[in-house]
Design a binder for this molecule. Structure first.
Ligand SMILES: [Zn+2]
Length: 493
């Protein structure tokens, strides 16, 4: 009588309808709740179409080999203790809760992204090692869940190094973050088991920069698919620097060229908070589709040494309306990437609406500009030349108007577009030649000091060129106001 009972207890239903897992509810709260995990065909041994789990095993990192090869020597088969009560699998220890949360989270992120048209299938299946041992490297000191790329394609789940409220390996945000690394690897290396091209770069700065974008992308996947800007708070409330809703702004020290001990998370959080700004203007769903598409495009360009290019490609994917609201909404102001510091100079062709005693006359104008933009401030100098002439049988009047202005500006936005809002003094020199009769003529010249205000947009055209567009007004003295609308092309450096 006892034996069948014991046998029964040892072999619970391998594919229960529901399993307990940590998940985010409709109301946004994280709690443990019964969840279906359709891909998990064997809950006891943690096997299913998303990958198989191994208990223990050894990860050997050959630090001194040419390719710094990482190898996983498979551990034992997983064997979870649980019982099924009213169709719900109840784990008998924390491991069950951690592992089902892990598998459920992968199942969810797969459904979420595939539902949005982001193809996650190349990632699957991905095996995982539960609390493996490490040989050749102290990996456990600060890690708790990780994705091993570089041809290994494996998740590892470790006990927490620091006491956490919720173990990081059971934190849906952390698991989605690690999945984000796997997706990044597939998007950039082209295949789950391929070695990523940037990993083979001779330049360590390239690898560091890509790591920063990789960390940022992993946070974007976690925050956007959960629609939670600070999933770390669940596990480690004391960690506050990963909240992507706080406006993280890049500075020069966040780039590996200028850092001694490089921290990829700082720049990564800048990228992720940039994506969160986009989420605030649209929706988490729309934002995640756009950030994945931008990584795809960045990877197609193989612009490994220019991760800011990813941000440009993201902006290129935004509709004009969205782009405008992005700048007006302040998203661009907060995000002043290092590479966005630039200066431009060039030729501008404009239409001037010149105030005349009777009305405004529309005349073409040729100008030059030079703009120095250290952000968030800028200084722009402009020089423009306009000619207006009229003659008939009785007289001829030809007026040249030269205007020089120096405008102090607020410069905001991000590459590929900078918005300039500026105001400053303008000096207009007008010189008119009036002719009448057979030989009579007189030249009148005057100078008027006034005010200049303009709104301009500019951005790069390839590596060296720049485009510019502006609308502005300038006064000659107090009462005469001229308006202009122009577009230009120049160089940037
Ligand atoms: Zn990471």
């Amino acid at each position: 009588m006892l034996l069948p009972l014991v046998m029964f207890a040892c072999s619970p239903d391998p594919s229960p309808a529901l399993l307990l897992a940590v998940d985010r509810d409709e109301d946004g709260e994280y709690r443990v709740a019964p969840r279906p995990i359709p891909e998990l065909s064997d809950a006891q041994h943690m096997e299913g179409s998303l990958g198989h789990g191994y208990r223990g095993g050894r990860i050997a990192i050959e630090l001194f080999s040419d390719d710094m090869g990482i190898r996983y020597d498979e551990g034992g088969r997983m064997d979870l203790d649980y019982d099924v009560i009213d169709d719900v699998a109840i784990p008998m220890d924390e491991d069950g809760l951690v592992l089902w949360t892990y598998y459920h989270t992968l199942s969810q992120v797969r459904a979420d992204l595939n539902g949005l048209g982001v193809d996650t299938e190349p990632v699957w299946p991905i095996d995982f090692a539960y609390q493996p041992a490490f040989v050749g490297m102290d990996f456990t000191s600060g890690e708790n869940a990780a994705y091993l790329g570089s041809g290994v394609h494996l998740f590892i789940l470790l006990p927490d190094a620091l006491p956490a409220v919720l173990p990081l390996a059971a934190n849906p945000g952390v698991i989605r973050h690690e999945f984000g690394h796997a997706l990044f690897n597939v998007l950039t290396a082209g295949d789950a088991y391929a070695l990523a091209p940037y990993d083979e770069s001779e330049d360590p700065n390239v690898t560091s920069k890509v790591r920063a974008l990789n960390e940022g992308f992993a946070d974007m996947i976690a925050t956007l698919t959960l629609d939670d800007n600070d999933f770390f708070d669940l596990s480690l409330p004391s960690v506050t620097n990963r909240d992507v809703a706080a406006d993280a702004v890049a500075d020069a020290t966040m780039y590996p060229e200028n850092a001694e001990a490089y921290d990829p998370y700082a720049l990564g959080t800048v990228y992720a908070s940039f994506a969160w700004d986009l989420r605030e203007l649209t929706s988490a769903e729309e934002a995640v589709v756009l950030v994945v598409a931008a990584v795809d495009a960045w990877s197609a360009e193989a612009a490994w040494d220019d991760t800011d290019r990813w941000a440009e490609l993201l902006l290129e994917r935004m509709t004009p309306t969205l782009l405008l609201s992005f700048f007006l909404g302040g998203g661009g102001v907060a995000f002043a990437i290092e590479g966005a510091e630039h200066s431009t100079a060039g030729l501008q062709l404009s239409a001037f609406a010149l105030q005349t005693p009777a009305r405004h006359a529309i005349v073409p104008s040729l100008g030059v500009w030079a703009s120095y933009t250290p952000r968030p401030w800028g200084l722009t100098g402009e020089l423009s030349l306009t000619r207006r002439a009229k003659s008939n049988d009785f007289y001829g009047v030809s007026t040249q108007l030269m205007r020089a202005s120096a405008v102090a500006e607020l410069a905001m936005g991000t590459r590929p577009m900078t918005v300039h809002l500026g105001v400053g003094p303008a000096l207009t020199v007008s010189s008119a030649l009036t002719e009448w009769g057979e030989t009579d003529s007189e030249r009148v010249t005057r100078a008027d000091l006034g005010l200049r205000a303009r709104v301009a947009l500019d951005g790069p055209l390839g590596e060296r060129l720049a485009w510019s567009w502006q609308v502005g007004a300038a006064s000659r003295g107090v009462y005469n106001w001229d308006y202009d609308l122009g577009a230009g092309i120049g160089v940037q450096w």
